[in-house]
Design a protein. Sequence first.
Length: 124
Amino acid sequence: MTNPTIETDLADILREIKSDQREILKEISNFKREVDSDQKAILKEISDFKKEVDSDQKAILKEISDVKVELAEVRGDIKSLDTKVEQLDKRIANQEFINRGVLVGLILVMLGGLAKIFELGIFK
Protein backbone atom coordinates (compact mmCIF):
# COMPACT_ATOMS: atom_id res chain seq x y z
CA MET A 1 0.00 0.00 0.00
CA THR A 2 1.34 3.14 -1.07
CA ASN A 3 0.01 6.39 0.10
CA PRO A 4 -1.32 8.56 -2.66
CA THR A 5 0.14 11.94 -2.80
CA ILE A 6 -2.18 14.84 -2.56
CA GLU A 7 -1.21 17.65 -4.74
CA THR A 8 -3.28 20.69 -3.98
CA ASP A 9 -2.33 24.14 -3.39
CA LEU A 10 -3.16 25.44 0.08
CA ALA A 11 -3.84 28.87 -1.37
CA ASP A 12 -6.66 27.42 -3.51
CA ILE A 13 -8.17 25.72 -0.47
CA LEU A 14 -7.94 28.95 1.49
CA ARG A 15 -9.66 30.86 -1.35
CA GLU A 16 -12.47 28.29 -1.44
CA ILE A 17 -12.90 28.52 2.32
CA LYS A 18 -13.01 32.33 2.16
CA SER A 19 -15.48 32.20 -0.73
CA ASP A 20 -17.71 29.79 1.17
CA GLN A 21 -17.37 31.95 4.24
CA ARG A 22 -18.51 35.05 2.27
CA GLU A 23 -21.54 33.17 0.93
CA ILE A 24 -22.45 32.00 4.41
CA LEU A 25 -22.10 35.55 5.76
CA LYS A 26 -24.33 36.87 2.94
CA GLU A 27 -26.97 34.24 3.71
CA ILE A 28 -26.79 35.07 7.41
CA SER A 29 -27.13 38.77 6.61
CA ASN A 30 -30.14 38.14 4.34
CA PHE A 31 -31.72 35.92 6.98
CA LYS A 32 -31.12 38.61 9.62
CA ARG A 33 -32.85 41.21 7.41
CA GLU A 34 -35.82 38.90 6.95
CA VAL A 35 -36.02 38.25 10.68
CA ASP A 36 -35.80 41.99 11.42
CA SER A 37 -38.53 42.72 8.88
CA ASP A 38 -40.77 39.99 10.30
CA GLN A 39 -40.07 41.20 13.83
CA LYS A 40 -41.11 44.75 12.90
CA ALA A 41 -44.33 43.46 11.32
CA ILE A 42 -45.11 41.35 14.38
CA LEU A 43 -44.39 44.24 16.75
CA LYS A 44 -46.67 46.50 14.68
CA GLU A 45 -49.47 43.92 14.83
CA ILE A 46 -49.01 43.59 18.59
CA SER A 47 -49.10 47.37 18.97
CA ASP A 48 -52.27 47.64 16.87
CA PHE A 49 -53.89 44.84 18.86
CA LYS A 50 -52.93 46.54 22.13
CA LYS A 51 -54.49 49.81 20.94
CA GLU A 52 -57.66 47.96 19.99
CA VAL A 53 -57.82 46.21 23.37
CA ASP A 54 -57.21 49.51 25.17
CA SER A 55 -60.04 51.23 23.29
CA ASP A 56 -62.36 48.29 23.97
CA GLN A 57 -61.39 48.40 27.65
CA LYS A 58 -62.15 52.12 27.82
CA ALA A 59 -65.54 51.55 26.20
CA ILE A 60 -66.34 48.75 28.65
CA LEU A 61 -65.27 50.86 31.64
CA LYS A 62 -67.47 53.73 30.40
CA GLU A 63 -70.43 51.37 30.07
CA ILE A 64 -69.80 50.03 33.59
CA SER A 65 -69.69 53.59 34.89
CA ASP A 66 -72.98 54.37 33.13
CA VAL A 67 -74.56 51.25 34.60
CA LYS A 68 -73.42 52.26 38.09
CA VAL A 69 -74.99 55.71 37.65
CA GLU A 70 -78.24 54.18 36.42
CA LEU A 71 -78.19 51.71 39.31
CA ALA A 72 -77.84 54.58 41.77
CA GLU A 73 -80.80 56.31 40.12
CA VAL A 74 -82.88 53.14 40.32
CA ARG A 75 -82.02 52.76 44.01
CA GLY A 76 -83.20 56.33 44.59
CA ASP A 77 -86.41 55.61 42.70
CA ILE A 78 -86.97 52.45 44.74
CA LYS A 79 -86.56 54.37 48.00
CA SER A 80 -88.99 57.02 46.76
CA LEU A 81 -91.53 54.39 45.74
CA ASP A 82 -91.06 52.59 49.05
CA THR A 83 -91.92 55.79 50.90
CA LYS A 84 -95.00 56.31 48.72
CA VAL A 85 -96.15 52.72 49.32
CA GLU A 86 -95.80 53.22 53.09
CA GLN A 87 -97.87 56.41 52.87
CA LEU A 88 -100.55 54.65 50.80
CA ASP A 89 -100.60 51.80 53.32
CA LYS A 90 -101.21 54.28 56.14
CA ARG A 91 -103.98 55.98 54.15
CA ILE A 92 -105.66 52.66 53.40
CA ALA A 93 -105.47 51.62 57.07
CA ASN A 94 -106.95 54.97 58.08
CA GLN A 95 -109.70 54.65 55.45
CA GLU A 96 -110.56 51.13 56.66
CA PHE A 97 -110.84 52.44 60.23
CA ILE A 98 -113.15 55.24 59.10
CA ASN A 99 -115.26 52.84 57.03
CA ARG A 100 -115.67 50.51 60.02
CA GLY A 101 -116.69 53.43 62.23
CA VAL A 102 -119.25 54.63 59.70
CA LEU A 103 -120.61 51.10 59.26
CA VAL A 104 -120.91 50.59 63.03
CA GLY A 105 -122.63 53.98 63.37
CA LEU A 106 -125.02 53.17 60.53
CA ILE A 107 -125.90 49.82 62.10
CA LEU A 108 -126.53 51.50 65.47
CA VAL A 109 -128.79 54.11 63.85
CA MET A 110 -130.71 51.39 62.04
CA LEU A 111 -131.11 49.42 65.27
CA GLY A 112 -132.25 52.56 67.05
CA GLY A 113 -134.75 53.25 64.27
CA LEU A 114 -136.05 49.70 64.46
CA ALA A 115 -136.36 49.96 68.21
CA LYS A 116 -138.47 53.09 67.88
CA ILE A 117 -140.59 51.50 65.22
CA PHE A 118 -141.30 48.45 67.31
CA GLU A 119 -141.20 50.45 70.54
CA LEU A 120 -139.06 48.07 72.37
CA GLY A 121 -138.25 50.70 74.83
CA ILE A 122 -134.58 50.01 74.89
CA PHE A 123 -133.59 53.55 73.96
CA LYS A 124 -136.25 55.55 75.90
